[in-house]
Ligand binder design. Structure first.
Ligand code: IMP
Ligand code: MG
Length: 431
């Protein structure tokens, strides 16, 4: 791992696997952290000492002094959220302003995207996706429809003003058509965006060039994914997904380097499973286990505060995520949440339409009726929070983790046993 210079960190379930903490730990050793997709829908919670930081738009690596942090072209950037987070960090004594940059090719996510996000969800009625309401879908729609506004476009004030006025018109006719009462006010929008123009232009860079040069100079780079593999617009549980490629294939694309520049891909997985928002979750706990594990794990969304849906570890999901991401190592998080449980189940396959399946289906209908086939392992019923080496873990916990490795066919490189920076095990490959 130490010789790996360009490492991708991806969520390998439905997001909230604890990427923020793993990025924070790995950032110890790198020069650059860059996000490659998503926007302020992400919620990365990082604990430093007794302090808790929740970041939505800025990469979690920022909490280390001297790391440079970038948003790649694949990100949809909410500039107001970005500067709000930057100012909040500064107010808490973290000097971040001179260490951040955003790709000139990144698309801006503006207030009207959030209005459209809410209006689309309202229109979907019972078929709601359960989005974070951060405007992500509409911002990517504009990008693909070739009508988005990019960071670099701000250089020409007259041009960006014209684009914003056209956008306001377009959005208002769409809102009217959708039966929404909300409207975008063009003058206010223009004033707002031009108000941050200088500050934004000052941090606009070519992230592909920056990362390429850094790698050439022997520096280390971490590419930070948001959300998880099962929320990928291509490989996830479509349509219950986010609007970007969360998987490792999106990493090079989303910062502007080629796949051959990447040395390894670390998949972050929780020792169990969670999902926030609508869509299938085969191993979802029934009540009261659902509420019990949610309490133990503090499973409430960092962005929306919504209770997360919880379930057993699903090896079908993670084996699939391992394949579509090309995972080279796993980081298992929140092992300590399972400390008090008597026994643990792992889904090793599904049964649906009278058939056994060992792979994750692309057919949502099949997935919705899939019944997991479980394997049961004994719990360890002792605290793992003080473990700092593999040998410190109780035998039953070691057996559980080894089984996850076997089933997913990916070696475990890290185990996280608590929220603090020091509660991490760097697994030596001898076991
Ligand atoms: P959107 O990304 O806001 O459009 O939401 C689409 C789906 O992705 C919803 O189910 C959200 O709950 C989910 N989602 C988006 N971002 C995250 C995240 O950072 N963690 C977990 N789920 C997320
Ligand atoms: Mg999160």
């Amino acid at each position: 791992m130490n010789e790996h210079r360009c490492v991708v960190i991806v969520g390998s379930q439905w997001g909230d696997e604890g990427k923020g903490k793993i990025v924070d730990v790995l950032a110890e050793d790198v020069d650059i952290v860059a996000r490659y997709q998503g926007g302020a829908n992400a919620g990365h919670t990082v604990h430093v000492g007794d302090e808790e930081f929740i970041l939505h738009q800025i990469p979690s690596g920022i909490l280390h002094p001297e790391r440079r942090c970038y948003l790649g072209n694949g990100v949809v950037m909410d500039p107001f959220q970005f500067f709000e987070e930057l100012d909040a960090l500064t107010a808490r004594g973290i000097d971040a302003e001179g260490r951040v940059g955003v790709s000139g090719r990144a698309h801006l996510l503006l207030s009207y995207h959030k209005v459209l996000d809410r209006a689309s969800e309202a229109l979907r009625g019972t078929g709601k996706i359960g989005t974070t309401g951060r405007g992500i879908g509409p911002a990517y729609e504009d990008k693909v429809a070739r009508q988005g506004i990019r960071v670099a476009d701000l250089r020409d004030a007259a041009r960006v003003e014209a684009s914003l006025r056209r956008a306001a018109e377009r959005v208002n006719s769409r809102l009217e058509f959708m039966g929404s009462d909300e409207r975008v006010e063009a003058d206010g929008l223009v004033a707002e965006v031009l108000g941050i123009r200088d500050r934004l232009m000052a941090i606009s860079v070519d992230t592909g060039r920056v990362i390429h040069d850094a790698l050439k100079a022997g520096k280390k780079v971490l590419l930070e994914g948001a959300q998880g593999a099962l929320l990928d617009v291509d490989h996830g549980t479509y349509p219950y997904v986010t609007s970007s490629n969360t998987t490792a294939g999106g990493a090079g694309l989303g910062v502007g380097i080629g796949p051959t520049a990447i040395d390894s891909v670390v998949g972050v997985v929780k020792a169990y499973t969670t999902r926030v928002g609508a869509g299938p979750l085969p191993t979802e706990f029934p009540s009261p286990m659902q509420e019990h594990v949610r309490e133990l794990g503090g499973e409430f969304g960092a962005t929306t505060g919504r209770p997360r849906r919880c379930g057993w570890f699903d090896a079908v999901v993670v084996r699939y995520a391992a394949r579509v991401n090309g995972l080279t190592g796993l980081a298992v998080t929140k092992l300590d949440v399972l400390d008090t449980l008597e026994e643990l189940k792992i889904a090793v396959g599904y049964r649906a339409a009278g058939q056994e399946m060992d792979d994750f289906p692309g057919d949502l209908g099949l997935l919705e009726e899939a019944e997991p086939v479980y394997e049961t392992l004994p719990g360890w019923q002792t605290s793992t929070r003080e473990a700092r080496r593999w040998e410190d873990l109780p035998e039953a916990a070691q057996a559980y983790l080894r089984r996850l490795e076997e089933l997913t066919e990916v070696p475990i490189w890290y185990v996280s046993v608590g929220t603090r920076r020091d509660q991490i095990i760097h697994v030596e490959r001898s076991h």
